[in-house]
Design a protein around this ligand. Sequence first.
Ligand SMILES: Nc1ncnc2c1ncn2[C@@H]1O[C@H](COP(=O)(O)OP(=O)(O)OP(=O)(O)O)[C@@H](O)[C@H]1O
Ligand SMILES: [Mg+2]
Length: 387
Amino acid sequence: MTTTTTETTTETVLDARGVTMRFGGLTAVKNVDLTVRSGEIVGLIGPNGAGKTTFFNCLTGLYIPTEGEVRYKGTVLPPKSYKVTAAGIARTFQNIRLFNNMTVLENVLVGRHTRTKEGLWSALLRLPSFGRAEEASRERAMELLEFIGLAHKADHLARNLPYGEQRKLEIARALASDPGLILLDEPTAGMNPQETRAAEELIFAIRDKGIAVLVIEHDMRFIFNLCDRVACLVQGQKLIEGTATEVQSDERVIAAYLGEPFEGAPGAEEAAEVAAAEAGAAEAAEPVAAAAEEPEAEAAEPVADAAEPVADAAEAEAAEAVAEAEAAEPEAEAAEPEAEAAEADATTAEATEPEAAEADATEAETPAPATEAAQHNRTTSTDGEAK
Ligand SMILES: Nc1ncnc2c1ncn2[C@@H]1O[C@H](COP(=O)(O)OP(=O)(O)OP(=O)(O)O)[C@@H](O)[C@H]1O
Ligand SMILES: [Mg+2]
């Protein structure tokens, strides 16, 4: 008896070459090459707005790239998303797109339709072949629900699932088309640490089923644990591609995430101009700040008075006897943490903004299209991610 050998070939599943996507004057993706081989989990990272989702949209036929070519297992992909799905690439969306008023099982069945051969007439006439095909689809869909751990909720409406389970259901729906490659756009967004850990296991299990994975994520621990290779996009261009160790220790990647310009970075010149303009503005503002400080130092008494509500009342009373010059010092110190707090606020606001925007978009997208074809039309005619 012959035994099957472990697959050691590294067939190129996805081969994207020179992919460029322009929206008017904006180049969202610029000349990006990326390959994914069988058995691989490849990560795509990059700051917000780097072009990751746009790149996915180019790979899946939602956008026709302005330039470049995308091949799946050696064949150039057709520029229609349902044809791309039929060819073997499935995806999930950054903003969850389930059919909210359908059950969990029905959602997976919808994902299965590219693999069912039964036509309209056999469905309308309820021919025996249709019944058999339907039964086989249900079985396969239930298998997938078992696989992702949602079989016990097969009859629940999709909209009643918690957020983490909705993300898993999207993965099951994508798997229902029997893909050779699955693209996951931020699969752990909004998940708690346990759910994220479970998602990691699920993705390993998907890879072990022989499905190659390309995954976008902002959670670096997740990405670096999971991926064989990671590519980083910055302002539409691929900055670096390598192993997790190579990418996470690359100073340019760190700088890109911190928003710091670095030598040779896409857009570094523009960033330098902005920095210079900001520095100029700060210099111009300095004399005003200095002028404002002087009277404070001279008239320490009013400053001490003004500081009273900030400081502890008892302390302030005890401090009344302290020399005027000393009273001015704590005031100056107190101002610093305030400034820091304001900065921290600004950072938090920045960090949470995209999520909030995404949540809005998700809500806006809740009406469920009747068929997957309708969904494709809708996403093609809009922008794929409602950005
Ligand atoms: N349909 C569109 N029309 C015009 N501009 C678009 C369109 N889709 C995306 N963009 C722009 O392209 C750029 C890249 O956006 P994209 O959504 O691909 O980024 P991303 O890397 O996925 O970001 P995030 O991490 O926030 O999801 C952004 O500047 C975005 O505003
Ligand atoms: Mg995105």
